[in-house]
Design a protein around this ligand. Structure first.
Ligand code: GLP
Length: 346
């Protein structure tokens, strides 16, 4: 886990925007081998989108070969509603850059069969080769996408009832009228996010500092679904100073020192080269032959985590084994001690 701390939301946003641009460029995406980017909504990523749009307009990045998958969408409000996540994404990002409309994926909260919509979404992610980088934000209760407290950490794209806290938090976008806020949504699952090759989260503001603490300093817990990132091989959380208010001073110092040492060594997040550039580059270099150009692109690598890791059961099994061992050792001690006592009496 990397925790990057910046002075304010603007600096946190520009760190992430630069990081995303670097990642896309290093990946060198093509039509056959696009970069697959997971995207969030909410006020937190607005600054990131703004910079990405600026950089696109300045000719510093192209989204030509980027495929996108959004995290979530409300159920029951029209796609054209000013607060739908469709509208949000076009307003802040898609309308200003060169992402192909056919490469944009947003869940349809008005689909006639919502369950089928979720199944198809997971299938589309898989067909695209898995998500290379999932960008996300969190709610004040630590939810990622709409994976509210208590969501299964093995969850996948599904229909979700929104928590009362989330309805209150999101009412600011609906004239502060709770009745206008949708109560249901479609969302990618925790497991869907964990299967991305990399996850980058933005957290800003004092109101999210408790969530950050729970996710960084405490254990993995379904009541704070962001904490599941502790199980991911390449997560990075970028925050402003306000978001660190509930962290221990030593935690803040620790992560700042890690960043300082890493940058003194000339790198940021360590990623295996297969994830940084995609498996294609190496394969193409080694097998390229002008006579068979069409067959040299191997299938894209599957996501690094394909199914829930058997971590809990493994740990429990190990614990059971060690309990059994202690019990056996105790029995032996008792026998040896008993024999000794008998001898002593004789
Ligand atoms: C909603 C979205 C989340 C997002 C959260 C935070 O709940 N479903 O994906 O992270 O809002 O929003 P904000 O950044 O406005 O605090």
């Amino acid at each position: 886990m990397r925790l990057i701390i910046r002075d304010d939301p603007t600096q946190a946003s520009s760190y992430i925007a630069k990081y995303v641009i670097d990642r896309i460029q290093a990946f060198n995406p093509t039509k056959e081998h696009p970069f697959v980017l997971g995207l969030p909504t909410g006020s937190s990523p607005v600054g990131i989108y703004k910079i990405l749009v600026q950089k696109y307009k300045a000719g510093e990045i192209s989204f030509e070969n980027v495929v996108t998958f959004n995290m979530d969408e409300y159920i029951g409000i029209p796609r054209e509603h000013p607060e739908s996540y469709h509208t949000f994404m076009y307003k802040h990002f898609f309308s200003h850059v060169n992402v192909h409309p056919s490469n944009i994926h947003i869940l349809n909260g008005n689909a006639p069969d919502l369950e089928a919509e979720c199944v198809q979404y997971e299938a589309a992610i898989k067909k695209a080769g898995g998500i290379d980088l999932f960008l996300g934000g969190i709610g004040p209760d630590g939810h990622i996408a709409f994976n509210e407290p208590g969501s299964s950490l093995a969850s996948r794209t599904r229909v979700k009832t929104l928590a009362y806290d989330t309805i209150i938090a999101n009412s600011r976008f609906f004239d502060n009228d709770l009745d206008k806020v949708p109560k249901m949504a479609l969302t990618v699952g925790v497991q869907t996010v964990l299967e991305a090759r990399e996850v980058v989260i933005i957290i800003t503001g004092a109101h999210k500092s408790l969530a950050l603490k729970k996710c960084i300093e405490d254990g993995v817990n379904h009541m704070w679904t962001l904490s599941s990132l502790q199980l991911h091989p390449h997560p990075m959380i970028v925050v402003d100073e306000d978001a660190t208010l509930e962290l221990q001073v030593k935690t803040v110092k620790y992560f700042k020192s890690i960043e300082a040492v890493a940058s003194s060594q000339g790198f940021e997040q360590i990623l295996p080269s297969k994830i940084r550039t995609g498996p294609r580059t190496t394969a193409l270099n080694s097998t390229y032959s002008p006579s068979k150009p069409a067959t040299t692109t191997p299938a894209k690598e599957e996501p690094s985590i394909l199914s829930p890791q058997p971590l809990t059961s493994t740990l429990l099994a190990r614990r059971r084994r060690s309990i059994r061992f202690v019990a056996i050792r105790r029995s032996w001690c008792r026998i040896v001690w008993g024999v000794g006592l008998l001898r002593f009496r004789v």
